[in-house]
Design a protein around this ligand. Structure first.
Ligand code: C2E
Ligand code: MG
Ligand code: MG
Length: 606
């Protein structure tokens, strides 16, 4: 505890009152962290009651150190600005809203606009201040003029300035710690990393950086509140420090992210051993207010013997590896290497291309026929060469989204959809796909009665409120028969907890839209979805079809899937048929519908 300064250096035995204060700040921070203006509320004497994260950045110190202090002593001003500001801050609180411009920095010139107004919630009324960087908005001349005016006032505030600098120096030493856990924060970690790299330069050897990210921490916060979240973080930081090798240090970057810097290690495997030990340490069940929680975390590791590597680069590599571990089922630890880096860069590229494509509507749909397997041979490319020329009966088409990359290689649709779902962009993408598909349906009214257009829908879209009503309304407005539309739902992407989605499907189906379960057989719970979801058909995944004629076990599985589908009265479609012998084998098993390169690749709608 630092007495007399109105703020507290937290440790693990924090007072309940301080904890409560931090919890409140945590909630406020989440809500207001997106605002770029620095906001501060002071009491009528100018003492800080609350501030947002932008203010932390503005004065470069965490709010725990700002609370209870005079706002005047916190401002990173070259001096106190024009006379209005000190007056507003030093005299009794300003009842009249006002604004002023002050100089933040002289070289290069940097200015800031400050507005204040009383908050009429209580008496005496607190005051809210808003600090906005206006350096880029005002001309250099104006800045110079402000600088000169301010220079004259500077002489009067020299003494105050010196005090301020001393206090800021003292505070700078404290902002190396996380206020919740007492661990080094990002700044503290940077210093340790720089030291470790300095040692590498002198003595050689290698070090490891472990980026640890708690799983499901957001759920804890959402379900039990920030109070419990903070207590869990404190407990995790305690567990992580237990039995850690002497030279290793734990830091907290923020949120649920911790970084462990190993001491010197001789093998990558030592860093992996530390990661496993940490995972094991933190995984003991944790009881809070009678509720049990078993923490777990994903760890990304980078090991280096390069003394010239940048500390930020090491953190980035470990973060990329953590991201990989988090996304790979069954892997909770990943060691950064070139393949992980390549995958990360590729997903970054897909992300950027997707964002641009959605923004510029640089998207298109390719249509692949779904045909009747019976009675006709394939006119398409047939590597078996045993097809005779015949007429393929087209039952419908599937619309597959394509985007034109702005640079380089084409983008794999599978990867595109994964990225779109991960980022939520699939909602916008999916909405475009629906509009475009409906446009096609509207322009092709003279198709045979049985002809359908299938679109792929992400489970996230189904969870949107009003999805079914909106789609049905659009079908009605465009006078499209809902029976023309098939929705394909990819089995592996169905959310574990499908809630609103199931109701959406029931409503759509009730109005005649057909529902197909796509890539059937690839998920862990293929068969259980048949019972849980209202569906009309299954599309057996192309991986199974590729096994026809090569793997008798998979062949038997295909036969069972077809039999089960038919017994349940479902439409059974086989995907990825490339050869005539695959077509014949499927027909022999009773599957009558198929799709694949044998009949046509995705292209324009005939
Ligand atoms: P899907 O729905 O299972 O689509 C079939 C995929 O198999 C398509 O890949 C198609 O080009 C490919 N394919 C068709 N016949 C053959 C064949 O004979 N051999 C082989 N090797 N492949 C064949 P595509 O276009 O790359 O799409 C991949 C996946 O991306 C789709 O799988 C679907 O799950 C998803 N997807 C595509 N468009 C959309 C969309 O608009 N929305 C959503 N949510 N997902 C989409
Ligand atoms: Mg599909
Ligand atoms: Mg499929």
């Amino acid at each position: 505890m630092i007495s007399g300064m109105g703020f507290i250096k937290p440790d693990l035995n924090e007072q309940p009152l301080i904890l409560e204060l931090r919890r409140t700040l945590g909630r406020l921070e989440t809500a207001l962290s997106a605002i770029s203006d620095a906001l501060v509320i002071t009491d009528d004497q100018g003492m800080v009651l609350w501030c947002n994260r932008s203010f932390d950045r503005f004065i470069d110190q965490p709010r725990m150190l700002s609370l209870g202090r005079s706002i005047l002593s916190l401002l990173p001003l070259d001096h106190q600005g024009d006379s209005l500001l000190p007056e507003a801050l030093l005299t009794s609180h300003p009842q009249i809203p006002g604004s002023t411009t002050v100089l933040l920095q002289r070289q290069p010139l940097k200015a800031c606009e400050i507005e204040w107004r009383p908050v009429e919630t209580e008496q005496p009324a607190p005051v809210i201040f808003c600090f906005r960087d206006i350096s880029t908005r005002i001309s250099n001349q104006e800045l110079q003029a402000t600088a000169e005016r301010i220079e004259q006032q500077r002489q009067h505030s020299d003494r105050l300035n010196q005090e301020l600098q001393q206090q800021q120096l003292a505070l700078a030493n404290l902002v190396r710690e996380c206020p919740v856990t007492g661990l080094p924060n990002r700044r503290g970690l940077r210093e340790r990393l720089d030291l470790a790299l300095g040692r590498l330069r002198e003595q050689g050897g290698q070090i490891g950086v472990l980026f640890c990210d708690l799983d499901h921490f957001k759920d804890v916060n959402d379900m039990h509140g920030h109070q419990v979240g903070d207590e869990l973080l404190i407990e995790i930081s305690r567990r992580m420090q237990e039995d850690l090798p002497a030279e290793a240090t734990v830091s907290r970057l923020g949120g649920d992210e911790f970084v462990v810097l190993t001491g010197p290690i001789s093998e990558d495997s030592e860093a992996i051993t530390i990661a496993r030990m940490l995972q094991q340490r933190i995984s003991a069940p944790w009881l809070m207010h009678g509720q049990g929680f078993t923490p777990s975390m994903s760890v990304g590791i980078t090991v280096t013997n390069d003394p010239d590597v940048d500390a930020e680069e090491l953190l980035r590599q470990a973060d990329v590896a953590m991201y990989h571990a988090k996304r790979s089922p069954g892997e909770s630890i990943a060691l950064h290497d070139t393949s992980i880096e390549a995958r990360f860069r590729s997903s970054l590229r897909v992300h950027q291309e997707l964002r641009l494509a959605i923004l510029n509507r640089n998207l298109s749909l390719a249509y692949q026929p779904i045909v009747c397997l019976r009675g006709s041979a394939a006119p398409g490319h047939d590597p078996d060469g045993d097809a005779t020329n015949g007429v393929v009966r087209i039952l419908g088409h599937e619309a597959l989204v394509r985007l034109k990359p702005t640079q380089g290689l084409p983008i794999d649709s599978e990867q595109l959809i994964i990225e779109a779902e991960r980022t939520g962009m699939v909602l916008e993408l999916g909405s475009w796909v629906i509009s475009e598909a409906l446009r096609q349906l509207q322009h092709h009214p003279l198709r045979p009665d049985h002809w359908t257009l299938a679109i792929n829908i992400s489970p996230l879209q189904l969870e949107q409120e009003g999805f079914a009503a909106d789609l049905l309304q659009r079908l009605e407005t465009l006078a499209i028969d809902p029976q023309r539309l098939v929705i394909e739902l990819t089995e592996t992407r169905i959310l574990k907890e499908i809630s609103r989605g199931a109701q959406t499907l029931t409503t759509l189906r009730h109005h005649g839209v057909r529902i197909h379960l796509d890539d059937f057989g690839t998920g862990y719970a293929s068969f259980s979805w048949l019972a849980k979801l209202p569906i009309d058909g299954i599309k057996i995944d192309r991986e199974f079809i590729a096994a026809l004629g090569c793997d008798s076990r998979l062949e038997r599985m295909i036969a069972s899937m077809i039999r089960l589908g038919l017994e349940l009265g479902l439409e059974v479609v086989a995907e990825g048929i490339e050869t005539n012998s695959q077509r014949l084998a499927l027909l022999a098993m009773g599957c009558l519908r198929g799709q694949g390169h044998l009949f046509g690749r995705p292209g324009v709608l005939p």
